[in-house]
Design a binder for this molecule. Structure first.
Ligand code: PLP
Length: 232
């Protein structure tokens, strides 16, 4: 059943790309598996899915330990500095960098592991009080500061748009984030490549694809509703 959901989401992304003349290979579907058991992740893995997103470090490391090593794990939730060390050895990308101290810790732990970690800057694009992320007008200066860290590479921007009944309503925010990416890209900052735009969740990922998302993060639309009481 969840494989059918996956195929359906892939099909809708491909159709939307067709409508607007985008190459669907430019959209990475991240399956957001938080709260769901490793058995479900394995089912999707066996159907070919490789990119998974998790929000909690402990859950992420526990799943990574028991699942195939070629899974690409994306950290998409708010990250505490003292937990970076647990994911630094293997994480594919950290989508939720919103401060220089956090980036400095990632840099230190990446160096210890002999790697460079790709990160996205999380932007609070709609200025919501309840959301993590930097203000749009503070994003470029944070990117410039992080660019000086040798073991961190800024690859782009991430946002979680407001919860809305119709995902189309969020296009204005997705467009704003894309414009911010383009503006920062124009600065041609050393050690920065602004090529990843992580935006769109179950309620609005097709709207995000229309506005240029290169990564969409879909949980409920693939796995069904979450039960936080069952978090492994
Ligand atoms: C949980 C989560 C998602 C997936 O949300 P759904 O609405 O279930 O698709 C995407 N991004 C982030 C940052 C999340 O925390």
């Amino acid at each position: 059943m969840i494989v059918d959901n996956l195929r359906n989401v892939e099909k809708l992304i491909a159709e939307t790309c067709g409508e607007i003349g985008r190459d669907p290979s430019g959209v990475c579907l991240l399956a957001v598996s938080k709260t769901h058991p490793s058995s479900m992740i394995r089912e999707l893995y066996e159907a070919g899915q490789r990119d998974f997103g998790e929000n909690y470090v402990q859950e992420l490391t526990a799943k990574a330990a028991e699942l195939p090593k070629d899974i690409r794990w994306h950290m998409i939730g708010h990250l505490q500095r003292n937990k970076v060390k647990y994911i630094a050895p293997f994480v594919q990308m950290i989508h939720s960098v919103d401060s220089l101290p956090l980036a400095q810790t990632i840099n230190k732990e990446a160096e210890k592991n002999g790697r460079t970690i790709s990160v996205l800057i999380e932007v609070n694009i709609a200025g919501e009080e309840s959301k993590f992320g930097v203000k749009p007008e503070e994003t470029a200066s944070l990117v410039r500061e992080i660019a000086a860290l040798k073991h961190v590479k800024v690859r782009g921007l991430m946002t979680s748009a407001p919860i809305v009944a119709d995902g189309e309503e969020n296009r204005v925010y997705f467009r704003k984030l894309r414009q911010l990416l383009v503006d920062i890209d124009r600065e041609r900052i050393d050690n920065v490549s602004m090529d990843v735009l992580s935006m769109g969740m179950s309620g609005d990922y097709l709207a995000a694809v229309k506005e240029g998302a290169s990564v969409v993060r879909v949980g409920t639309g693939i796995f069904g509703a979450r039960d936080y009481g069952q978090r492994p």
